[in-house]
Design a protein around this ligand. Sequence first.
Ligand code: MGD
Ligand code: MGD
Ligand code: MO
Length: 768
Amino acid sequence: MADKEIPGIRPYNAPAGGWGALRATAKAVQEQMNAPEAAVTLLRTNQPEGFDCPGCAWPDKEHKSTFRFCENGAKAVTWEATNKRVPPAFFAEHTVTSLREWSDYQLEDQGRLTHPMVYNADKDLYEAVSWEEAFARIGALLRKQANPNAVEFYTSGRASNEAAFLYQIFAREYGTNHFPDCSNMCHEATSVGLPQSIGIGKGTVSLDDFDHCELIIAMGHNPGTNHPRMMGTLHEVARRNAPIIVFNPLRERALERFADPQDPLEMATFGATEIASTYLQPRVGGDAAALKGIMKALLEMDAAQGSQSSVLDRAFIAEHTNGFEDLAADLRATSWQDIETVSGLSEDELYKVAEAYAKSNATIITYGMGMTQHSMGTQNVQQIANLLLLRGNFGKPGAGICPLRGHSNVQGDRTVGITEKPSAAMLGRIGQTFGFNPPAAHGHDAVAGMQAIAAGESKALICLGGNLAVALPDPQACFAAMRRLDLSVHIATKLNRSHLLTCENSFILPCLGRTERDIQATGPQSITVEDSMSMVHASRGKLKPASETLKSEPAIVAGIAAATLPESKVPWTHLIEDYDRIRDAIEAVFPDFERYNERIRIPGGFRLPLPPTQRVWNTASGKAEFLLFTGLQEDPAFTDRTILKLTTLRSHDQYNTTIYGLNDRYRGVFGRRDVLFMNEEDLAERGIAEGDELLVETAFGKGDERRMTKVIAVIYKIARGSVATYYPEGNCLVPLDYIDKASGTPSYKSVPVRVTQAQPGAARAMRQ
Ligand SMILES: Nc1nc2c(c(=O)[nH]1)N[C@H]1C(S)=C(S)[C@@H](COP(=O)(O)OP(=O)(O)OC[C@H]3O[C@@H](n4cnc5c(=O)[nH]c(N)nc54)[C@H](O)[C@@H]3O)O[C@H]1N2
Ligand SMILES: Nc1nc2c(c(=O)[nH]1)N[C@H]1C(S)=C(S)[C@@H](COP(=O)(O)OP(=O)(O)OC[C@H]3O[C@@H](n4cnc5c(=O)[nH]c(N)nc54)[C@H](O)[C@@H]3O)O[C@H]1N2
Ligand SMILES: [Mo]
């Protein structure tokens, strides 16, 4: 324990949720909105006639349920529906250079953007511009590019299906497949890994499955903060005594204890429900080893039980899978000692998980960024699939794989064609539908796109939302790269740092948010989104737009497209008049959307086909594949004990690069973000005391190139050998090319670092 009090660091002993969550919601509403409108807004979230919560992609029971309270959903909604504005007068008062000194929090906290703006380099100011002029100038600059492959089209996952579809059609008619996408930094390991395993890169469970599962294994996600509506589901599962086994290097309060604000009794009695029945803390990056340990234990149990064994689902393995023998051989060849060292968990602990798993007739494995953002992220995901396949946990009630998606429509954006690796089938149907020849050569993902910009090969960047330069690793490289562009265009709701990394021609185009009314020529429009469980449904904003000048995302995309491609085959204006027309076009290109306009009018929408739920495997072999991860270390080069593994996390008060506030209540951090969570023994071993100022350096490259200073050590219940800090502050430690080779996902959650005292003794001396 620290001998001195450290400002802003104090233990949080209450359960997650509960009254603290209600208080935090009231505060968010009070700070951003006038109260009566706020209440009405929140009540419309995820209702049949309302809008889809822009917070996360967790589904709602058929979108029919009564309003479900959710603190971080409320923050997402109030942040968008704020009363604060950033009008042209704001930009007239602040040079872009001066704004770059502001924090990410200060920038977004100014409120909603109101007018299209263009950068005036002579004055170093953003100035208002009409929509017509903005479109015409962007169009002319895009036409001027000699090579369409010098343009990058970035998408952040809040964009609707309609906006994303028009955007991909525009980029492909323009002539490129460069689609850097937030998904490339997020669940790309799922999108790449799962199709090879089970034939589709999406989750296979529905909410109903959570009513029937007998076991949940939750790996590398923090639902109390990032998927708060999932807490209601986990709370129900825990209450019916189905075991929930958590794998997380950090103790996350919501996975330990949760008081459901929907539960009057729990609220009235200050009670709480234990969520995890077993909480295991693997080392950061130790999950593949842990999964292999569980599978090895299963094989050993199966062998011990002999021919009557029901540990493995032999019939399922024989009928539906390939590669079992190779997997078994690899597991036999892997020693328990190595599994223990790399995972940080004991054989006994992993055996107990295997026993619980062997007892369960229906298991769901849920996972998030703790699994995907690793240099072996794709293999991590595939080991999860392997474990599920061993007991036939696909295509039966209560079982399956459940990746927790990120942005509220990131999955939908991919489904409607945001991909740098288009299939020939999709390109063929685009050609048939619109009458132009889309390019076939595969394009750039997020990292490759930024590398091309840094190399001067890509000259223009269009961003449909997001904050690309801050979200990517390596701000040193990304910030400089952004300044080298000829053209950058940001379609956005709020001001952020990427907008301020200006180049010769930079534009900010302000758009409607999901909470706002979208009125086009034929009247009010709905958009559609797809949640984590492949349910597609409509969302209709109800609030008065933040400014009369705003346009919808589809209208902005169509505006740029029409100005860029005067000979376009696509009837841009016609499509924008009525979004049903966009949906008809989506249906023409993607047959899974049959009767799209009819089916989204049914409350709750419809589910896209998920073949594994029928035990149909769209892999090359027609079977589900056991895929090997030979070895255990994700980074065999960094086994030196002085090297720690750094993971980067979201606080409770942030939405990706959007920082709502400086508290991380459940982890006991208040009013600051400059912390490195450390295991007490790792701290002691280095002679560091809690509260000391640290120097954190990436343990490869030239060593002194990537460093983080001005962070203090905070003792936390985190696995040994592992340290954690916040995203995006920690991004300065992650090289841009430090990625999962299979999926291109940055390894934000497995950076080898060295941690020392900033100036040994100095911080302590100051405090005394
Ligand atoms: N309020 C809010 N909601 C959000 C977001 C937000 O920022 N704020 N972001 C949205 C987006 S885009 C996404 S992708 C999701 C992200 O949702 P999560 O996947 O929950 O996101 P993270 O905060 O990155 O943290 C992941 C968890 O992984 C654990 N972890 C870290 N390293 C490892 C490891 O090596 N192994 C294991 N087993 N666990 C590890 C961390 O301790 C943490 O609990 O949430 C979405 N929803
Ligand atoms: N170190 C580290 N880095 C990470 C991660 C990590 O865990 N660790 N996580 C990664 C992940 S999972 C992701 S998804 C990326 C996130 O990357 P992005 O999606 O690029 O980033 P966001 O912070 O979500 O984008 C915020 C901006 O989106 C704009 N915006 C908000 N709502 C809307 C809207 O409705 N329409 C439009 N057009 N714009 C809108 C606002 O202007 C706001 O400033 O970051 C990645 N970076
Ligand atoms: Mo994400």
